[in-house]
Design a protein around this ligand. Structure first.
Ligand code: OOG
Ligand code: MG
Length: 256
């Protein structure tokens, strides 16, 4: 794929996002590889950074069976977060900004120091400042929220928003925690933290590896979302969306 095709694809996706108007899947008209999909993703983020946004972190996707099955994509993916996607805990999220937004419960890590070496399950704790419950808002820029693996990677893995709850110390147990997603206080999805690669720390390790592979420098203070443990739900105006992760405080937002 030539540079101009990569840039054109990024522009299509960026335009779909800013106009809140879905676009056809790129893979319908172009054949492109997973590495080319990451180049398109990078071009999308470069446009955002050019427009004044800052990279605030990264996210893993399809780290649980529940998500893979819901979306029909069976490989881990990696996307980028910017400050414009950040929403306050217990705050409001304006639905009109999105195309067909969905919410999913997540575990977030704050990165303690710049990642300059290989991260493994043995040394991962050196890189974690704190952990927190979170909700991710995903919004595919493709029609009907349908995509192939390369499509979703190019579309920055549907990244659209995130809300981070109160953080806890880095040594907080993350194994076997019950995770619930609620709408107006009623549980609509239930899962376990073990659904995330058997151990959310494994998702941190995978994110560090993918970041290095695709030239993204993970630095102190950045956020890392480990991937949803349950399927995502469509959100609607006037709903209050919350996530409960065992042992952590509620994280929530109101859709307006
Ligand atoms: C892609 C994003 C997947 C996760 O946590 O698995 C993701 C999508 O489902 O549209 O963020
Ligand atoms: Mg997610």
């Amino acid at each position: 794929m030539q540079q101009d095709l990569i840039e054109n694809a990024a522009k299509l996706l960026e335009r779909a996002e800013s106009a809140a108007n879905a676009t056809p899947q790129l893979s319908v008209s172009h054949n492109f590889s997973i590495d080319e999909a990451y180049l398109i993703q990078k071009a999308v983020i470069d446009m955002k950074i050019h427009g004044g946004q800052q990279l605030t972190g990264v996210k893993m996707g399809f780290t649980s069976k529940a998500k893979m099955e819901q979306m029909g994509v069976h490989d881990m993916i990696f996307g980028l977060l910017t400050n414009e996607m950040a929403y306050e805990n217990h705050g409001e999220v304006l639905i009109g900004k999105f195309i067909h937004p969905r919410a999913e419960p997540e575990i977030a890590f704050f990165i303690k120091k710049d990642i300059t070496e290989e991260v493994t399950l043995e040394n991962v704790s050196d890189y974690i400042e704190s952990v927190a419950p979170a909700i991710e808002i995903i919004d595919s820029r493709y029609k009907d929220f349908k995509f192939s693996l390369t499509d979703v990677v190019a579309d920055n893995c549907s990244s659209a928003g995130y809300v981070i709850g109160d953080s806890l110390s880095a040594d907080t147990n993350l194994k076997d925690l019950k995770i619930e997603l609620k709408v107006d206080g009623e549980t609509v999805q239930t899962g376990s933290s073990n659904a995330i690669l058997d151990n959310p720390l494994a998702s941190f390790v995978a994110a560090a590896r993918l970041a290095k592979q695709y030239d993204i420098f993970l630095e102190k203070g950045m956020i890392l979302l480990a991937g949803a443990a349950t399927a995502a739900i469509y959100i609607e105006k006037n709903q209050t969306i919350s996530a409960e992760i065992e042992g952590m405080k509620t994280v929530s937002f109101k859709v307006i």
